[in-house]
Every structure is written in structure tokens, then in C-alpha cells.
Design a protein. Structure first.
Length: 301
């Protein structure tokens, strides 16, 4: 039912590369060129400008891309509703999750979702909050999950779960008086590992530190790191500390490898959110959201 030429155009427009589009679609580059040329002939307008080894989408191409987005959403919803009539679920579901969620929260949900709906082919990319939002804007995913507090007016935010962040240290090192919670002055003297700029985790930590009248520049930051796993690995070998999700260090806390370092007047509980473009009515994404909320509710104490 789907015009394959439109899919070729859509892939080239998103990748801005004939070569990458060919690789993604598993066809030759000359075949990509042929499909685009046929579309341009049919429309009577160029869809891309060739500038040396690069291509740039034209105004006509931008108009077509906007409508292609709507067409592909309609096709996904059509497939979903036809499968509903057949008492089946099927289709492609492209998800994106910020790093902590992708590593520690969503895999069990996806495993149960796949068992319940084996006909649905789901994919998951991970990145920081900014990258997941950009993936939505680029239409490379249908639904995102983030832990940041950013509020973009073109995105819809739906809470899914809560997560506590605490200061975590290595049990082999002392970080002050073990019987007394740390205060703001103590935090200035502890080497800290922080997530990279653009991370939702760093965003909420920065906001909470303001309550203690602390800025990042007030702290002894040993290193910014691109993933929670990297921070955890570093903590195993150095007298540093890090603000980490309790979901991410549950195993290490239970094994007695890490410990929670209480900080006076510091209590950080953040929210995980689904995000999608305002006005989006992707049926399969809505199905996954409903399933996830039910599953998460069942796990509440």
C-alpha cells in the first residue's frame, strides 16, 4: 500500500545523504537516485539541491516532508486499527529513552510488552534528554522517555514513574563523619563525578543544589562523564562520590559495594515522563503508554 518512493524520499530527507538512505533501505545508491528523480519528474520540482558532495532539501522538499510525516503516521494508525479488527497487534514502534531510563527502567517493560504483543517490532535508542527530544523533532522515534525537567511547548509530557537520586560513595572510603549527614560545606570538598551537560540527571541535580545555595562552580567536580555506567565504574576505583539514581545502583548497594551519603536538607525525587509531539495520535505509541502505566502501577508498593 505504501509508495516505496515516498519512503525513499523520507529517508533521504531525514539523513540528508543518498548513501546513508541506501544503507538504511538495503538498496543501491543508484536505486535511491532513480526513485528521487522519478518523484521530482512527477512533481515537476526539485526536492533536493546537490552542493558538491552534500545535499540540501528545497522548499518543495520541505513541503513534501511535512506531508510525508502525516502520511506515515496515518499508515501506522491504519495498520494498528486493521490489526485491531483482526484481534491482533502489530507494526513498528520506535522508542527513545534518556540514558538512565534506557539502562535501568525500560528494559523490563519492553520484555513484558514483547511477550504480550509479540507481533509488534519495537526498537530503542538512548541518549541524553536533549538528544531524545531532538529525535522526536526529527521523527526518528514515535515516543520518548526522559528524566529531565525541560518543558518544550511543542512536546506533551506524561508522568510515568518517580525515581530518587542520592549521593553515592564507595564503602572503602570515608567522606566525613559517618555518623553525621554532610552539609553544603562538606560537598565543596568531595571530588564529584557528574553527568554531561544536556543530561536530565544533571539538570535536576543542579536545580536541587540551588536550594543549598550551591552552584556547579562551587563544587570540586573531578570529571563530567557521559553515562551512569561509566560513573559507577569510576567509583569502584576512586574516593569520589556521585549523585546517582537509586534504581541505577540498587545491585551495588545490596552487595555492599556502594553506600548512600546522607546530605542535610537534600531530598531529590524526580519524575520520569513520556514525551511526544503535541497533537500526535500514534496508536501504537499510545498502546505502549497504557501498557507501561498499568505495569508500573502493579509494581507500586
Amino acid at each position: 500500500m505504501l509508495d516505496f518512493r515516498l519512503k525513499v524520499f523520507y529517508t533521504v530527507a531525514r539523513r540528508l545523504s543518498f548513501t546513508k538512505a541506501a544503507e538504511e533501505l538495503f538498496i543501491s545508491q543508484p536505486a535511491v537516485t532513480k526513485h528521487i528523480h522519478e518523484l521530482e519528474q512527477q512533481l515537476g520540482m526539485a526536492l533536493f539541491e546537490r552542493i558538491g558532495n552534500r545535499i540540501k532539501i528545497t522548499r518543495a522538499g520541505q513541503v513534501m516532508l511535512k506531508h510525508a510525516d502525516d502520511i506515515f503516521t496515518s499508515y501506522r494508525n491504519l495498520e494498528y486499527e486493521i490489526n485491531q479488527l483482526k484481534h491482533e497487534q502489530g507494526g513498528l514502534l520506535a522508542l527513545g529513552a534518556s540514558t538512565t531510563i534506557a539502562q535501568y527502567f525500560i528494559p523490563p517493560l519492553l520484555a513484558q510488552f514483547n511477550q504480550r504483543y509479540p507481533e509488534v517490532t519495537a526498537s530503542l535508542i538512548s541518549g541524553n534528554t536533549e538528544q531524545i527530544e531532538q529525535a522526536l523533532f526529527d521523527k526518528s522515534i514515535q515516543l520518548g522517555l526522559i528524566e529531565g525537567r525541560s518543558k518544550n511547548p511543542v512536546l506533551k509530557y506524561v508522568e510515568i514513574a518517580k525515581d530518587e537520586i542520592a549521593l553515592i560513595g564507595n564503602v572503602n572510603y570515608n567522606y566525613g563523619d559517618n555518623n553525621t549527614p554532610l552539609n553544603a560545606a562538606d560537598l565543596k570538598n568531595i571530588p564529584l563525578l557528574m553527568r554531561e551537560h544536556g543530561s536530565g540527571t544533571l539538570e535536576v541535580i543542579t536545580d536541587e543544589l540551588k536550594r543549598l545555595k550551591l552552584k556547579l562552580t562551587d563544587l570540586h567536580i573531578a570529571m563530567y562523564m557521559g553515562s551512569t555506567e561509566s560513573i559507577k565504574s569510576y567509583l569502584h576505583h576512586a574516593p569520589c562520590a556521585a549523585f546517582l539514581s537509586l534504581k541505577a545502583v540498587q545491585r551495588e548497594l545490596e552487595a555492599g559495594e556502594f553506600k548512600i551519603l546522607p546530605v542535610r536538607n537534600f531530598k531529590l525525587v524526580r519524575k520520569f515522563h513520556f514525551i511526544y509531539l503535541q497533537g500526535q495520535q500514534d496508536k501504537l505509541a499510545q498502546l505502549f503508554m497504557r501498557f507501561s502505566r498499568q505495569h508500573t502501577e502493579l509494581q507500586q508498593p
